[in-house]
Design a protein around this ligand. Structure first.
Ligand code: TXA
Ligand code: MG
Length: 332
């Protein structure tokens, strides 16, 4: 049975987390909010518990998990080495939506890191997430709380949709502020490599850590294993237009597809004047980041067959939005 704990987003009564924190420590699974997306947590030092995460999500075993901590000091117990750049990044961006890949200690079970010699760590800024990890008293391995291959969950309702009866607790802490997963940066050797873009942009990282490599475009650089899977994708087919595309072109394609009897929806920043079906028009790029996965899920629920999305400029969080849109638009 899955138990639900509901907390107020602005004034959470953190004592209510106790049964979930105890359960986490003792090998249970708990879905919880973070500032990025909902996570599906287990005690990172308990192999059996971590195994349950892979089973609940249907996640391929070669895709490693992020270990969440409530304080930077815990990283010393997980990582063999914390280079000066990593320390600077932690000081600047933690707690927050930045995951760092470091050389791992033997104590971190192989199942967490999919056998790699590195471990990904992150200290979330969400108060509920931090309190849960702290009360559990153990580092918490947590992928996003969605079925493998589906969009990440950004509300408790979506986490319940994917994870009900598969986990012990789901904590409802309202909708996730950022809506896209954390930036993942490999700082385990030499020049840092960006493995997944997120709210913290390459420019922000470079101001603190100096030049970084973008894994995109360079086949020589090993990618984050998780990035090879079709991710973030709704059931519907996604057609992506670039950010400068005219409203008229988008409306024309939408009308043509509807004319062929296909159920069409539109996602864009600003307006594109499509009124012949469902649409989500976001005021800003940040609003689009926040609502993107929820709109994918909403359109799937409505039986939409084709989602036409207009991209956003690739700066700041727009880089992450475009990364997710491109992945969603890839054919399976
Ligand atoms: O915002 C987030 O990061 C959320 C919340 C819950 O914290 N978590 C999340 O986890 O998005 P997940 O499992 O959906 O994505 C983790 C990504 C995957 O692409 C995985 O391959 C990569 O991080 N990763 C984990 N450990 C790694 C490692 N040792 N080396 C390289 N990539 C790693
Ligand atoms: Mg995920």
């Amino acid at each position: 049975m899955t138990r639900l704990i509901k907390l107020s987003k602005n004034r959470p009564d953190l004592k209510l987390l106790k049964p979930a924190a105890d359960c986490l420590r003792n090998g249970g699974l708990v879905a919880f909010p973070t500032e990025t997306v909902y996570g599906l947590g287990a005690n990172a030092l308990d192999e059996k518990a971590v195994g349950r995460i892979f089973a609940a999500k249907g996640r391929p075993p070669d895709n490693p998990l992020i270990v969440h901590v409530a304080d930077a000091a815990t990283v010393k117990k997980l990582a063999r080495q914390i280079p000066p750049k990593a320390k600077r990044l932690m000081r600047k961006f933690w707690p927050g939506p930045l995951t760092l890949v470091l050389k791992k200690r033997r104590e971190v079970p192989d199942i967490v890191t999919a056998g790699l010699d590195t471990v990904a760590v992150r200290m979330p800024s969400c108060r509920i997430a931090l309190a849960l990890i702290k009360q559990a008293g153990v580092p918490v391995a947590a992928p996003s709380a969605n079925l493998s291959g589906c969009p990440s969950t950004t509300t408790a309702a979506h986490a319940i949709h994917d994870m009900n009866e598969k986990v012990d607790f789901i904590i409802d802490g309202g909708s996730a502020d950022i809506g896209l997963e954390s930036t993942v940066l490999d700082v385990s050797s030499g020049r840092p490599v960006l493995l997944r873009p997120g709210k913290i942009s390459p420019a922000q990282l470079e101001r603190v850590a100096g030049p970084i490599l973008l894994s995109k475009g360079s086949p020589k650089i090993p990618k984050s294993p998780g990035m090879k899977y079709r991710h973030y994708a709704p059931e519907a087919q996604v057609v992506l237009f670039n950010c400068g595309e005219q409203d008229m072109k988008i409306r024309k394609l939408a009308l043509q597809l509807s004319g062929e009897g296909r159920k069409v929806a539109v996602i864009c920043r600003g307006s594109c004047g499509f009124r012949n079906g469902p649409s989500r028009e976001f005021k800003t790029t940040a609003a689009m980041a926040k609502g993107l996965f929820a709109s994918f899920r909403e359109f799937d629920r409505m039986g939409v067959e084709v989602i036409i999305a207009r991209g956003v400029p690739e700066k700041g969080i727009g880089i992450a939005v475009m990364n997710r849109l491109r992945k969603a638009a890839l054919k399976a």
